[in-house]
Write a new protein. Structure first.
Length: 83
C-alpha cells in the first residue's frame, strides 16, 4: 500500500537535478527510479560512460558488469557481484 498519497509526485526535473548534484559531488552510481523511460534510471560506467545496467521499472534488462568490472573498459565497479 502506498503512503503519502495526499502529496504530489516529486517532479522529474527535481530528481534529475538531485542526481546531477550528487554526481557533481563525486558519487559515481546515482540513478533515479519511478521515472519510466528516463536514461537517469540506468547506471553508467564512471570510466567510459557506457551503459552498465539498464532498468525498466524494477527489472534489469541489461547488465554489462562482468566479474566486478565494466564489460567495455574493465573499470573496477564497486559492489558485491555474483560470479
Amino acid at each position: 500500500m502506498h503512503k503519502l498519497t495526499q502529496l504530489p509526485a516529486t517532479p522529474t526535473s527535481t530528481l534529475e537535478e538531485a542526481r546531477k548534484i550528487a554526481m557533481g559531488e563525486g558519487l559515481k552510481f546515482v540513478y533515479i527510479g519511478n521515472v519510466p523511460g528516463s536514461k537517469a534510471s540506468n547506471t553508467y560506467c564512471p570510466g567510459c560512460d557506457k551503459l552498465l545496467i539498464e532498468r525498466l521499472g524494477y527489472t534489469i534488462t541489461q547488465n554489462h558488469v562482468k566479474s566486478g568490472k565494466c564489460g567495455f573498459c574493465e573499470e573496477r565497479i564497486a559492489g558485491v557481484w555474483q560470479q
